[in-house]
Design a protein around this ligand. Structure first.
Ligand SMILES: *[C@@H]1O[C@H](CO)[C@@H](O)[C@H](O)[C@H]1NC(C)=O
Ligand SMILES: *[C@@H]1O[C@H](CO)[C@@H](O)[C@H](O)[C@H]1NC(C)=O
Ligand SMILES: *[C@@H]1O[C@H](CO)[C@@H](O)[C@H](O)[C@H]1NC(C)=O
Ligand SMILES: *[C@@H]1O[C@H](CO)[C@@H](O)[C@H](O)[C@H]1NC(C)=O
Ligand SMILES: *[C@@H]1O[C@H](CO)[C@@H](O)[C@H](O)[C@H]1NC(C)=O
Ligand SMILES: *[C@@H]1O[C@H](CO)[C@@H](O)[C@H](O)[C@H]1NC(C)=O
Ligand SMILES: *[C@@H]1O[C@H](CO)[C@@H](O)[C@H](O)[C@H]1NC(C)=O
Ligand SMILES: *[C@@H]1O[C@H](CO)[C@@H](O)[C@H](O)[C@H]1NC(C)=O
Ligand SMILES: *[C@@H]1O[C@H](CO)[C@@H](O)[C@H](O)[C@H]1NC(C)=O
Ligand SMILES: *[C@@H]1O[C@H](CO)[C@@H](O)[C@H](O)[C@H]1NC(C)=O
Ligand SMILES: *[C@@H]1O[C@H](CO)[C@@H](O)[C@H](O)[C@H]1NC(C)=O
Ligand SMILES: *[C@@H]1O[C@H](CO)[C@@H](O)[C@H](O)[C@H]1NC(C)=O
Ligand SMILES: [Zn+2]
Ligand SMILES: [Zn+2]
Length: 588
C-alpha cells in the first residue's frame, strides 16, 4: 500500500515544492490542478474533513524528537511562489530526527510551511467536522531509507473573535515560548513578499511545535499541492496553536491572499445525523440590499454568520447533491405564461456582488409560473449568475462533489404567500472539451439559448462597477433553455446574506454550455468569483423528478444519511458502516 516516492526526494530536500507558475490558488487553482497533474484527482487525496465520530481509536507510541530540536538553529525562509518554506541546511537537518508515533523507522526533518486563508475562519486545509481553522502548519519529514514522507500538521487558531477570557484561556493552552517564537517568525517572514525572497532566521523548532503533541488523527493521504503525490502519512494534532489576527493578516496582505486546498473525498462512512425540525422564517428578496457587510473575500462566506446568524443555521443553501441519496417523486411540469417566451426589456445592474437582471416594465404580473409542485402562482423577480475563479469552479450547488463553471438563478416569488422559489441551472464551460465533445454537448442545448446568452455577456461584461446599469431585450425562455423536466428539489435558503431560509430550490440536471471566454470576461471585468460552497444537508430530503439516477464513481457520495431512503445498491456501504461500528467497539 505504501508508495515509495523517489521523485519527491529532490523537490523535498531543496525545500520547495515545484516553484513553477503552472498552478496557484486562483485561476489555476485546486479545482483545475488535475488538468496538469492527474494525480490530484486520484482517490487518496489530502486534505480531508475529519469526521470525529467516524475515527477509530488506536494506541500510538509517543513521538520522540532528538535533542537538536530544543536548540536554536539558523533557518532559511524562502518565498517559493505559493508559501514561505523554512529549511535548515540539509546536512545538519539530518540531526533533527523523529521517531515514534508508529512511524516506520527514523525520519529526518525536511522543511516547514504555512497555509492560510481569506479571513479568520478559513485557511486550514484539514477540517474537523466541517470546521476550518485560520491556518495550518506543515512540518515535512522523510525517512532517508524508504523515502516515505510524513507530515505533521498543526492547526492555527486566530484569537480575533474570542472574548478576553476565552483568549486568556486559549492562550494558556499554547506555551508562551511557542507564541513568542511564532511572533518572531511573522515579524520577519511577512516581508518575503515576492517569489524567491529569502532571509535567515534563527528558530527553535521545538518551540514552534508547541507541547500538545499527544492527541492526533492519523491517515494516509497526499501532498496538498501539485503533483499531489499519494502515499503520505498524515498526522494532524488535535490542539491548535493560537495566533493573533494581525499575524495572519500580515501574510494575507503582504505575502499571498490565501493558499489552501479544500477537503477531498474520503472513503469512509457518514456520521449519524441528528433529527431537526425545519422552521420557516421571514422572507427577503435576494440581493435586494447592498452593503459592505459581506463579500466573497475578507468578509467571505465563512464569516457571514458573524453578522448574519442565519447563515449558520441548518437549512442552508447551496448543497452538494448526492445523486444516490435523492428520492424519486413525480412532479407536474413547470408552466410559464406567455410573457416568458416574448422578448422583453430587462434592466441589468451591477449590485456589488453580481449582475442582476430585472424586468423593465410595469406589467410584472404577467410573468406567471405554476406547476413543478409549487404552491400557487409565482412571479419572476430577477435572474443573476454566480461564477468562479476557473472553469472548474463557480457553481454554488455541486453534484456528487462536482462543481460546474457557474450557476444561473431565476428568482420567483408567490405574491400571496411570500414564498420564494429559485430555479437554478448549471453553467458548463466548454474549455476543456474536444471538438467532438463540444458538438455532442452543443446538440443538447439549443442554438437560440447559446446565442441569447452570448448577447447577454456582450453587454453585461461592461457593467464593471457597482451600480452600473443598462437595458437589454431578452427572452427568458431562450435563456432557460429547454431541458426543464429533470431536476432536483429541496428546501433551502438564500445563498447570500441574510441567508433567509424557507426557499424552495429547483436545480435542473442538464447544464447550459458557455464558452470559456464568456466566463473569463466576468472574472476579469466584473468580479473574480462570487459563489458560496455547499452547506450541510442535516436531515433534509432531496427529491428528484426523474426515475433513473446514476450513482457517483466516488463511493463516499453513495453513502446516505438516515433521513433519505437508501436504494438497494447501497447496501454494501451500510454493511461496512456496521462492520466499522463493531470494530470500534472491539478495539476499545
Ligand atoms: C485543459 O486545457 C488546458 C489549457 O487549454 C490544457 O493545458 C490542459 O491540458 C487541458 N486539460 C485536459 C484534461 O484536457
Ligand atoms: C545564519 O546564516 C547566515 C548565512 O548562512 C550567516 O550570515 C548568519 O551569521 C547565521 N546566523 C546565525 C545566528 O548563525
Ligand atoms: C472572566 O474571568 C474573570 C477572572 O477569571 C472572571 O471574574 C469573570 O467573571 C470572567 N468573565 C466572564 C464574562 O466570564
Ligand atoms: C524581494 O524581491 C524583490 C524583487 O525580486 C526585491 O525588490 C525585494 O527587495 C526583495 N525583498 C526582500 C525582503 O528580500
Ligand atoms: C467578530 O469580530 C468582528 C470584528 O472584530 C465583529 O464585527 C463581529 O461581531 C464578531 N463576531 C462575533 C460572533 O463575535
Ligand atoms: C426596449 O427598449 C427600447 C428602447 O428603450 C425600445 O425601443 C423597445 O421598443 C423596447 N422593447 C420592448 C419589447 O419593450
Ligand atoms: C407603464 O404603463 C403605462 C400605462 O399605465 C404606459 O404608458 C407605459 O408605457 C408603461 N411603461 C413601460 C416601460 O412599459
Ligand atoms: C398571469 O397573471 C395575470 C395578471 O394577474 C393574469 O391576467 C393571467 O391570467 C395570468 N396567467 C396565468 C397563466 O396564470
Ligand atoms: C398553499 O398556499 C395556500 C395559500 O395560498 C395555503 O393555505 C396552503 O396551506 C399552502 N399549502 C402548502 C402545502 O403549502
Ligand atoms: C460604470 O460606472 C462608472 C463610475 O460610476 C462610469 O464611469 C462608467 O462609465 C460606467 N460604465 C457603464 C458601462 O455604465
Ligand atoms: C428506468 O430504467 C428501467 C430499467 O433500466 C427502464 O425499464 C425504464 O424505462 C427507465 N425509465 C426511464 C424513465 O428512463
Ligand atoms: C474504500 O476503498 C476500498 C479500496 O479502495 C474499497 O474496497 C472499498 O469498497 C471502499 N469503501 C467504500 C465505502 O466505498
Ligand atoms: Zn502544506
Ligand atoms: Zn444567487
Amino acid at each position: 500500500m505504501r508508495v515509495v516516492i523517489f521523485i519527491l526526494l529532490l523537490s523535498l530536500s531543496t525545500g520547495s515544492f515545484a516553484s513553477g507558475n503552472d498552478w496557484n490558488y486562483q485561476n489555476e487553482g485546486p479545482d483545475v490542478w488535475s488538468d496538469s497533474y492527474p494525480l490530484c484527482a486520484a482517490r487518496l487525496q489530502s486534505p480531508i474533513d475529519i469526521k470525529t465520530a467516524c475515527t477509530k481509536y488506536l494506541s500510538y507510541k509517543p513521538f520522540q524528537f532528538t535533542e537538536d530540536y530544543s536548540m536554536v538553529h539558523n533557518f532559511t525562509l524562502q518565498n517559493n511562489g505559493h508559501t514561505i518554506v523554512g529549511t535548515w541546511n540539509a546536512s545538519y537537518s539530518a540531526s533533527l530526527k523523529l521517531v515514534g508515533g508508529d512511524l516506520n523507522g527514523s525520519f529526518d526533518f525536511v522543511s516547514f510551511h504555512l497555509h492560510w486563508g481569506e479571513n479568520y475562519r478559513s485557511g486550514s486545509e484539514h477540517q474537523v467536522n466541517g470546521n476550518k481553522y485560520a491556518g495550518e502548519i506543515h512540518f515535512i519529514y522523510m525517512n532517508p531509507k524508504t523515502h516515505q514522507v510524513a507530515v505533521l500538521g498543526i492547526f492555527m487558531e486566530s484569537v480575533r473573535n474570542l472574548t478576553i477570557n476565552e483568549t486568556v484561556e486559549k492562550t494558556a493552552r499554547s506555551p508562551s515560548y511557542t507564541i513568542d517564537e511564532w511572533k518572531r517568525y511573522f515579524d520577519v517572514a511577512q516581508y518575503l513578499k515576492k517569489p524567491d525572497n529569502t532571509t535567515n532566521l534563527s528558530l527553535n523548532l521545538s518551540s514552534l511545535m508547541g507541547d500538545s503533541l499527544n492527541d492526533f488523527w492519523r491517515y494516509e493521504g497526499s501532498l496538498t499541492t501539485p503533483p499531489c503525490t499519494e502515499g503520505i502519512i498524515w498526522t494532524i494534532f488535535r490542539e491548535p496553536i493560537v495566533f493573533t489576527e494581525s499575524e495572519l493578516e500580515s501574510f494575507r496582505t503582504n505575502v499571498y491572499f490565501e493558499d489552501y486546498r479544500d477537503p477531498q473525498p474520503f472513503n469512509t462512512t457518514e456520521m449519524p445525523i441528528e433529527l431537526f425540525i425545519f422552521v420557516t422564517t421571514a422572507l427577503v428578496v435576494p440581493h435586494a440590499v447592498f452593503g459592505e457587510l459581506w463579500n466573497y473575500g475578507d468578509l467571505g462566506p465563512d464569516v457571514w454568520s458573524d453578522t448574519y446568524p442565519l447563515c449558520a443555521s441548518r437549512s442552508q443553501s447551496p448543497i452538494n447533491i448526492k445523486t444516490a441519496c435523492t428520492t424519486f417523486q413525480p412532479f407536474l411540469p413547470f408552466k410559464f405564461s406567455s410573457s416568458y417566451s416574448k422578448t422583453n426589456n430587462f434592466t441589468l445592474q451591477n449590485n456589488g456582488h453580481t449582475i442582476v437582471g430585472q424586468y423593465f416594465g410595469n406589467d410584472t404580473a404577467s410573468f406567471n409560473l405554476t406547476g413543478g409542485a409549487l404552491n400557487g402562482t409565482f412571479r419572476f423577480v430577477n435572474f443573476h449568475l454566480h461564477w468562479g475563479e476557473n472553469y472548474k469552479s463557480g457553481s454554488e450547488h455541486q453534484v456528487n462533489g462536482k462543481k460546474y463553471a457557474g450557476e444561473i438563478h431565476f428568482v420567483h416569488r408567490n405574491p400571496d404567500t411570500g414564498q420564494i422559489a429559485v430555479l437554478g441551472m448549471f453553467m458548463e464551460s466548454v474549455r476543456n472539451f474536444t471538438i467532438h465533445e463540444t458538438i455532442e454537448k452543443a446538440a443538447k442545448v439549443s442554438v437560440t439559448t447559446v446565442n441569447e446568452w452570448k448577447r447577454y455577456f456582450d453587454v453585461a461584461e461592461q457593467l464593471t462597477q457597482y451600480e452600473n446599469k443598462t437595458v437589454l431585450n431578452l427572452n427568458l425562455v431562450s435563456l432557460m433553455g429547454d431541458s426543464l423536466s429533470d431536476f432536483w428539489r429541496y428546501a433551502g435558503s438564500l445563498t447570500t446574506p441574510p441567508c433567509t431560509e424557507g426557499i424552495i430550490w429547483t436545480m435542473f440536471r442538464d447544464p447550459i454550455i458557455f464558452t470559456e471566454s464568456e466566463l473569463a470576461s466576468f472574472r476579469t471585468n466584473v468580479y473574480f468569483e462570487d459563489y458560496r460552497g455547499p452547506q450541510p444537508l442535516y436531515d433534509r430530503i432531496v427529491y428528484r423528478s426523474f426515475e433513473n439516477e446514476t450513482l457517483s464513481t466516488i463511493p463516499e457520495y453513495n453513502c446516505c444519511s438516515g433521513a433519505s431512503k437508501i436504494p438497494l445498491e447501497l447496501l454494501p456501504c451500510i454493511a461496512m458502516k456496521f462492520l466499522l461500528l463493531l470494530f470500534s467497539h472491539v478495539s476499545k
